[in-house]
Design a protein around this ligand. Sequence first.
Ligand SMILES: Cc1ncc(COP(=O)(O)O)c(C=O)c1O
Length: 438
Amino acid sequence: MDAPKIITELPGPSARAVIARDEQYSSPSLTRVYPLVVARGDGAVLEDVDGNRFLDFNAGIAVNAAGHNHPTVTAAVQAQAAKVMHTSTLYLSEPMIEFAEMVASASGIPDARVFFTPSGTEANDTAILLATSYRKSNQVLAIRNSYHGRSFTTQAITSHSSWSSTSLSGLQVQFVQGGYRLRSPFRDLDDDAYADACVGDLVQLLDMTSAGDVACLIAEPIQGVGGFTTPPDGMFGRFHKELSNRGILFVSDEVQTGWGRTGEHFWGYQAHGIVPDMLTFAKGVGNGITLAGIVARAEIMDSIKVLNFSTFGGNPLSAAAGVATLRYVIDHDCQANAKRMGARFEATMRPVVDATPWIAELRGRGLMWAFEMCTPGTIEPDKQRTTEFHEACRRHDLLVGKGGLYGNVIRLAPMLNVTEPELDEGIEALQAAIAEVS
Ligand SMILES: Cc1ncc(COP(=O)(O)O)c(C=O)c1O
């Protein structure tokens, strides 16, 4: 990346022309940031249509695992495009089967079967369809502060009023206390006592408010949209025990936490010493090509007895991208890189955060880190400083994500192959940005 330059104006002239057309033709409900109009990417760098270059620590919301325009993934997609791009899943294609084999064996789920979908939303939708069919119950548990997608069903299991436009699904959903400690009534407890309290909440909810035959609990091991909130290790293991005693399935939403992003584990669920009944995946595995799916034990996958297909799920083009990306991630041990880079990031940034009264919390692990901004000495969300911080990062040519329940969280999810110099450059930009916030 070139020496950082301060950008004084965004959008530039070429971007403004595109933005005008966007305003005329696209749905106004789509969220835009800055807005930035992207022209091309190369590794950890994104360039806009006016030639401004940014270090990308948002990575398309934790998607570009191997970096923009990765030569191996791009070559695999080009080679497949030259053969056949689409057949529908009615016909078999070798890339789809090869990818299913790879995902099934990586999943850790015994007797695993894979169903591909175009998005994480549809993967979670399918998980709920499977769990409710298998258990013959419409009762579902989810975790407070969760995000599972934008469809009718997944909005019902999402616990953010800003992302939930309807409560009309036929599901009976209850939300359990989970990993968002900063805003939990149990926040002052230590790890063990906190986990005890959350397990107690789950048990009480099951005993007091369910009809006894709950289908499943769905949980993100580290909440993505919710701001990388992280429960104590092992806590979901204790949930799993209570649930499996009652026959209730555990679904791990690995859309953000999969493929080694947490550094310590390949899947987020592994921090809890469990094997889930199902996991859903998306984002990082196609390095940008639309690719998602669900892994479930065969007996659960078999609970759909009617005709079932997905036109685009696992089509040859996206499956070829998946095979190339997953091979790259495994062969280059991106998980170990995530662990090393995460430790380097935390070692530098923890003292900075400790010395910054308006950053209430730095949390995450591996290559998912979040800063939550609050009025000093309180847990009152500080949206103003969050916006200033976000803007200051952009002025220092660093792209980061914004999120959290109250929009007061800055999230970083760099490429899984981010290098030490790139990480250090991002850290430098973050430090400069923090120093500029009043
Ligand atoms: C944990 C989690 N689950 C599901 C989804 C939905 O995935 P998609 O946007 O691909 O539909 C997201 C998206 O951010 C997510 O973070």
